[in-house]
Every structure is written in C-alpha cells, then in structure tokens.
Design a protein. Sequence first.
Length: 567
Amino acid sequence: MSTKRKFTTLVAALLMTLAAHAQAPQILDDNHAMLRVGVQGKYLLLPVQEKEEYAHIDVVVDNQMRQALNVRLAVDKVDYYMPLDIKRWGAKSLLLDITFHGDRRATGAVKDFVCWKELQQTDNYDTQNREVYRPLYHHTPLYGWMNDPNGMFYKDGMYHLYFQWNPYGSQWENMTWGHSSSRDLVHWENHGTAIEPDAIGTIFSGSCVVDKNNTSGYGAGTVVAFYTSAGHNQVQSMAYSTDNGMTFKKVADNPILTSNDPDFRDPKAFWNPEIRKWNLILAVGQEMRIYSSPNLKDWTYESSFGKGYGCHDGVWECPDLMKLQVRGTDKQKWMLICNINPGGIFGGSATQYFIGDFDGKTFTCQQTDTRWMDYGKDHYATVTFDNAPDGRHIALAWMSNWQYANQVPTTQFRSANSVARDLDLFEADGEIYCGVTPSKELLALRGAKVKKPTPACEIVVDVKSSADIVLSNSKGEQVVMRYDAPGKTFTMDRKNSGLSDFSESFAAETVAPVHGNIKQLRIFVDHSSIEAFDAEGKMAMTNLVFPSQPYDKIKVKGGKVTIYEIK
C-alpha cells in the first residue's frame, strides 16, 4: 500500500468518526455552494485532493465572516485531511460559504463531489508521522506546507522559529506564521499558529527582535514582529508579544510601511549599536532598501542597494544584514544576505551574499563577483536568529527549491529546514568569503559509530587529497560526491539518487568552488536530504534526495570514513 493511501486510511480509522452533522449542501450555481455545520468536535476535517483547483471558503459565524481560506476540496477521491478548528468561536453552528474554481466540464457537478460525504469532525487530529521521507533531526511542520523561516529569535534559553505555513494543505497557500521552539536547535516543539491572515492580507515573511531596552514602549524584553501583509498590494505590518513570542497583538495602525512597488516584502530588523538605532532592510523588486528608527515604530528611508551587484535573474527576497569577524584577524565586515528566485546558480532558488561596509545608512559592497552561500539546489530564504547567544550568527534555510517544492513526493507535510549553521567570514587569496559551519549543537546528535549508513546519520570523511564518496542502495540508486583537490571543486551528483520524475528540474549535479584544501568533510544524511560541509566552514552544499529505499552502502576512495548514528 502506498504511503499516501496508508496515511489516508489510518487517519480515517483513527478519527473516532463523528458525523459532520451537516445539512446537505445548498448548491447555488455551478461554482457556488453553502453548507451549514453543527459544531460537535474541535476540528472539522477538510478532505483534500491535490490535483484539484482551490476552493475558496468563507467561514461565517452569527452572520459574521470569521475566516477565509483556500482548500483543494476533494472531487472524486481524498488524498489526506486537514484540520479546521471550529470550536474557537464558541458557536453551536457555522456556515461554510464555498466557491469552486475548477472546470465543471472536467470535474463534474458540484453536488456529486466526494467532499460532502467525507467531511468529518474529531476532537483529536492525528499528527503521528507516517512519511518515509520525513526527516528525523531537521525541523518540519507537523502537517501542511512550509517554506521560509521567519521571525527567528533567542530569549531566555529558547530558540523561536516561525515559518511560512499553510495549515490547510501540503502546497503553498493561506500564508500564516507557524511557530516552533527549541532549546538545542535540533529538537523542536510545535506551537501551532502564531500570526494569522487578516483584512490587510495573508502573512508573508518577516522578522522578530527582542526589544531589551523598551525603545518601542511596549515593555523591556518585548518581542516585536515585522511581517509582510500580502493583500491587493504588499505592505509591512507590525505585532508585539509580551509572553516571549507565544502570542502576538497586531498594532492598531497597520500597515506601518507602504509602497507602490509590486514586490515589497520580507522586513528584517536589527539593533545597530554603532548608531544606537534600529535598522530594517526590505526586499523591493531587485534591490534592498534600508531604513532606520529609534523606536521600531517610526521608520526613515536611508538608501537602496543592488544595482550593478550580484545576480538579477529573479526577484530579490528575504534579506539579512550583519557585522561579522574575519577569522584570525582584527577586521570586521558587514555581510548582506540576498535570496533570489529564480536565478540560482543551478536553477530556481538560491542564497547570494555581499561583503562590504555599512554606516547605518548605506551599504557599500567591496566585491564585484556573484557569491553563493550554499552550492546545492535546496538552500533558500536563509536568515539568522536575533539576539543569539555569545554574539553568534546562527542561520536556517528553507530546504527546497521553488522549481519543484510543491511536487516533492510527500503528503502529510512538505518541506524541512536545513540544519543550523553558524556564519562568519574568512580570507582566501586576498578576498573575504562567508564561512558556513554546522552549529556546535549538532555534535550532540552523534551516537554510536556504525559500519554502514543509516537513514539518518552523520558521515565524517578525513580527506587525504582528492576523494570520491558514493552513497547507494540495493536498487542501484546512488549519490556521488567528489572532492577534486587540484581543480578546487566539490561536486554532488543526484541524477540517479532515487525518485525524480515529479520534476524535470530535480535531477542535477551541483558544483562548489573550494577555498584552500579540505581536510575533513561532514555529511549530514536525513531520510530525504544530504548536506555536505567542509568541516572548517569553507564550503556548503545542500540537496534533497528521495531514494526508494534508504542508502545503506558507502564507498570512499581517498579518505577515511567514520559514520555516526543519530541519537
């Protein structure tokens, strides 16, 4: 039985099946229906069929529209169910006002759709993992779609991660901030929804800061969030939390920043001690705009950066700006992170960066070439935690690519975050580059040494000179990695890695430049991903893989291999 069918069957069996207690749908025309639902369970389980077009649902309680969402409601079969919390409003019944957008000639009459029979209620939504490709030690949503990491901050021993989330399907839609927290950057607790769509728009990417000195007037230690409200236009909004990010209150005078540019999004705020003000950097089309503020409320435009620098083959997104130490020197430089889609070096999404100087108003770039933070296909929307301990700059990326993110072969969830990475700078051949090192917390994952790869493991290769590494299984599927010391490159070939027919863009070979000699490679394998690092942080490469069975064989030429199981 397929994973998708097994998941659907088991969920249906575990629902303690409560009837939806609905009247028959009222069919109003070829694309419009209404359904009255009597509230009995906590959740109304929405039956999803991924190949169908989205249906728009307005949830009406006591004649007031309380929520709007888009769901691929099942027409002739159910792929999975997604939960809608219907007890939250305290009503005995509610009305679903549903508009279908599919072609009736292809899908048939609305009255015959299977969704009417499959709507069910339950007090407990089953989130037990049954996906063979769900990672063991990477952050994933409990269910539904996830993309960009948002609003990350550290406070009182806890790392908080928000993320672009669709709670009502495993493809992009209904953008909401989901929330997870962790004490060790590895084990994450899910907290559900943090910030929901409103009348201004759905909730796109953004950032959080810890306002230690109460510059905003909301209280010392308040967590202040900035996010893009995506409605008819993209505008910037603000919310704040006085309970360490568990709940947020949106400010009354949103939006706080507007523009007539169509792509105006992803605010990243940070405290700049050199000017004793806050800075905020925004992605606008193919440039970054920089603002300053004394109080997180009143923002002054300072400058723009981008023209003539880096790759411009797609829209610039998800910026970050930070001051970093150059290893082994007393020099410090500023680094501006710029995610771009499309336009990545191997197609689709990728993260580029710029090294330079920043005076609180203007970023001045000192490089002329385009530089990529990670040379795989599945590293995007990279941003760092605010207020990280010990002055660290800890980054997470979305581990996917817009070329195929909606089509990867998972059902219960889609997408994971990369492992945590510490960022710094290093010099090579007179140039300064971004260093990317697996965060020290990952060392705690190492369990016993094992003789062969497992579905989730860390592989360490002590390199003599050049090296060839082949991960494979009995199906003949394999990932081939090669470090070419004379050529100063590291290559990962996933063309024969397993499932790839879901997208013609998936099968690929990725190549990274190497600065200096690699002495040790650290390779993190986790069910559906491989992340390879120079242990000294001078090369990083992240790629998804979907083997039909786990890789359990390894062949290494030119190095000594040690494999650690993951605890």
